[in-house]
Design a binder for this molecule. Sequence first.
Ligand SMILES: *Cc1c(COP(=O)(O)O)cnc(C)c1O
Length: 473
Amino acid sequence: MRYVSTRGAAPELGFDEALLTGLARDGGLYVPKSWPRFSASEIRSMRGLGYAELATRIMARFIGGSISEDRLRRLVHDTYSSFDHPAVAPLKQLDGGLWLMELFHGPTLAFKDFAMQILGRLFDDVLQRRGERLTIVGATSGDTGSAAIEACRGRDAVDVFILFPKGRVSPVQQRQMTTVDAPNVHAIAMEGTFDDCQDMVKALFNDLAFRDRYRLSAVNSINWARLLPQIVYYFWAALALGAPDRKVAFTVPSGNFGNVFSAYAARALGLPIEKLVVATNANDILSRFFNSGTMEIRGVKPSLSPSMDIQVSSNFERLLFDLYDQDGAVTGRTLDSFRQTGSFSVSQAMFGRARALFQATGVDDMATLDRIRAIYAATGEVLDPHSAVGIEAAFRMRAAGSLDAEAPVISIATAHPAKFPDAVADAIGTRPALPPRMADLMDREEHVTVLANDYEIVSGYIARHTNAREEVA
Ligand SMILES: *Cc1c(COP(=O)(O)O)cnc(C)c1O
């Protein structure tokens, strides 16, 4: 399998290289050069497989040649056996046509563990074979950082530096990052906002000399290997509800468009998905696009679902590239002008193609709390605010007749309610408890470095603490 950049001006790579590189050197994102396809009978033959075996079958198509299927199988089984639930991604029926797929039974209680736990193992595997090391640098508003730290802790071939905005992540999220005591893990509380952290990471990557010298790599969802393992749970849910002989629809609480792009990829592989509902909070750049054909930047407003508080969805670039018939030059020009002007529009034809699959709606905090309360009253199920945004979107789409009434709707639960206890308590009056293995999280010792929002200070800190560097001849 070969990978190409969405901007068309970076070298074509194999899986290993795409994994290690993350962001393409032309500023684009790597995508498969062409989508492999599973026939209906191949999909039918996946029914009844356990989660890890299903993951091996699907991921092997994308990794083939880089890692043997046996090795991949071991790595995948090892990953998902560490999850708290025997089904890995359990499905719960909420009413006649609506299911919830819980993706929060991994080590950090959010869906990001599904991919990040694989990514950490893949990095280790590929780097050890090559005798190389990497410095992983990322910015986080919460969930990505804890998932990355948990995935990389104690791994031999990587050092990980996660920047989070000091005082601006939830106490549970902060503790998940700062209570990990491993010499290769560096949780950095940076003075500033999440955008400052993200700008700092961009500046580090754009400093090509620094990037090469310390062998920087990214674990945010611009890395293709972050999206690949997420394809699996869309197959898992659809197979459980009758695929390939019955179509399904998904609603996906969305921020950077990574999770829902994985659903799009599942469909490209042949999974019969009738509709994808992109559910956003009040930071609704995506839902405005899917309802108007215009992408337009506005400021970020803090919400009860902070992991979706984004200004620009980086993974949307991958869909845009497909909508432009994989023309990297046009994709690049469109996004360059978007960066300058703050908006772009697609043609009516392109918008029509997008609307044939995607529906979208924006859910504000009030509606989020109402939905948590209503689902609790009706079913006893406690939703976190992100998951509630998805469920609310599903109710709206069904009420509007936007979904095929015959197709089951599966809404993605992206986080455990105990990760966002304050919002949940606001809605239903009780604070959800952390799972037993994490019950003492708030009492564990923290390991955190506070740094100013200053390029020399942050880059200097990384340079002094990483063990990865380019050999100088
Ligand atoms: C990251 C995250 C999201 C948004 O997912 P994207 O892939 O960025 O669209 C939604 N909910 C939770 C809990 C998250 O951590």
